[in-house]
Design a protein around this ligand. Structure first.
Ligand SMILES: Nc1ncnc2c1ncn2[C@@H]1O[C@H](COP(=O)(O)OP(=O)(O)O)[C@@H](O)[C@H]1O
Ligand SMILES: [Mg+2]
Length: 359
């Protein structure tokens, strides 16, 4: 799979610009603020129908303008796909593949698998559980369309249940039938998501450990556990046990929206003892494991978007990362850097053909 070209119209700092990608390895260089990250995010948009940085779409419109358009051509299994993402002036988004508009954007997810590694991604390790759930969901949604649908359903029902709890508290009256119906729906979607997360993490986490050992080149015992309240108690019982508290708090305090991946090193929470280097190693391990899983499932490598990774890794680790993704793998790789010389040197050390885009 390769992106052949992309045009950006009124997208972030680009009023109108077309980029042609003629090689498998693409280096994008330019000083800070020249639009390197924006270009990578445009590619991400085309794969996911939204920004990697979970900003509202309207923030991606060139200042003072209304609406944007992204159009890309991607070859996959020897077929060309024309992909268009339009944000209309009224802020409605459309996504069109080969001249046909999607009714549901979720149908697009996973067709053009893609992994981004961006500078602030260590948050995946250091910040709250939501970033890790999003990480899991992003992989599972690309692997299984049914998972994404259940996730969308779950979030919708959870919102309805929370509104219900709020209304119940205000009126001091509970419609038991309605609550039962909501609970049944929540249990159905939540149960499905739990099962998939559990099965998936069981095979994914050893892959992360393997990548970690390789990148960090040491024997830290890094352990990742899938945490869920559903491990010990059935969802129905959990909801029942939490009923009084939920009514008091006016929101649902248990379920798969509380899941996490607990990371430990030498029996201590990872983020409290890991050095910056160990955090970075783990971040790359998580992302490379994601890359591997998507590749296994699809039979071809996902797109890899590496934003400013030269700033994050020392020369040796950088070389071994680039060797893996540019030489051992055969997927398309986009890499940004502020230093042209550094990037050129790195590619030349690999001996691979590459295209250099200067912004
Ligand atoms: N909606 C927008 N309209 C116009 N310019 C924008 C918009 N969003 C971001 N920018 C500009 O894009 C530039 C940052 O681009 P970015 O891709 O982050 O640069 P780089 O990664 O090369 O440092 C900044 O100058 C910022 O002001
Ligand atoms: Mg940037």
């Amino acid at each position: 799979m390769q992106v052949k070209d992309i045009s950006l119209t009124q997208f972030r700092n680009y009023l109108f610009q077309n980029f042609e990608f003629t090689k498998r390895i693409i280096g994008i260089c330019g000083q800070n603020g020249t639009g390197k990250t924006n270009l990578l995010d445009a590619v991400y948009y085309i794969c996911f129908t939204k920004s990697y940085f979970s900003k509202p779409d309207a923030q991606s419109v060139y200042s003072e303008m209304r609406g944007f358009r992204l159009e890309a051509s991607i070859s996959k299994n020897n077929e060309y796909n024309n992909l268009v993402c339009i944000l209309r002036e009224n802020n409605r988004k459309e996504f069109i593949i080969n001249n046909e508009a999607y009714k549901k954007f979720s149908d697009h997810i996973g067709k053009f698998p893609c992994v981004m590694i961006a500078p602030d991604d260590v948050e995946l390790i250091t910040s709250g559980s939501e970033t890790r759930r999003t990480f899991l969901d992003t992989i599972l949604s690309q692997l299984y369309p049914a998972y994404l649908q259940q996730l969308i359903d779950y979030k919708k029902i959870l919102e309805q249940r929370n509104s219900f709890l709020k209304a119940a508290a205000e009126r001091t009256y509970i419609d038991d039938n309605l609550l039962d119906t909501l609970d049944d729906q929540l249990i159905k979607s939540g149960g499905y998501i739990f099962k998939l997360r559990k099965e998936f993490t069981a095979s994914f986490l050893p892959k992360v450990q393997k990548e970690y050992a390789h990148i960090a080149s040491n024997n830290d015992s890094v352990i990742l556990n899938y945490y869920s309240q559903l491990h010990s108690t059935g969802f129905k019982d959990l909801l029942r046990q939490n009923m009084q508290r939920d009514l008091y708090m006016q929101r649902t305090g248990c379920g798969i929206h509380k899941d996490d991946i607990e990371i430990q090193m030498n029996q201590t929470p990872f983020k409290t003892i890991a050095s910056q280097g160990q955090r970075k190693s783990l971040l790359f391990a998580l992302k490379l494991a994601e890359f591997n899983v998507l590749k296994e499932q699809n039979g071809f490598a996902p797109l890899l978007l590496l934003d400013d990774v030269f700033e994050k890794l020392d020369a040796q680790r950088m070389h071994s990362l680039l060797y893996k993704v540019c030489v051992e793998e055969n997927g398309q790789v986009f890499i940004t850097d502020t230093h042209k010389d550094r990037m050129q040197k790195a590619f030349e050390a690999l001996g691979t053909d590459y295209q250099l885009i200067e912004l």
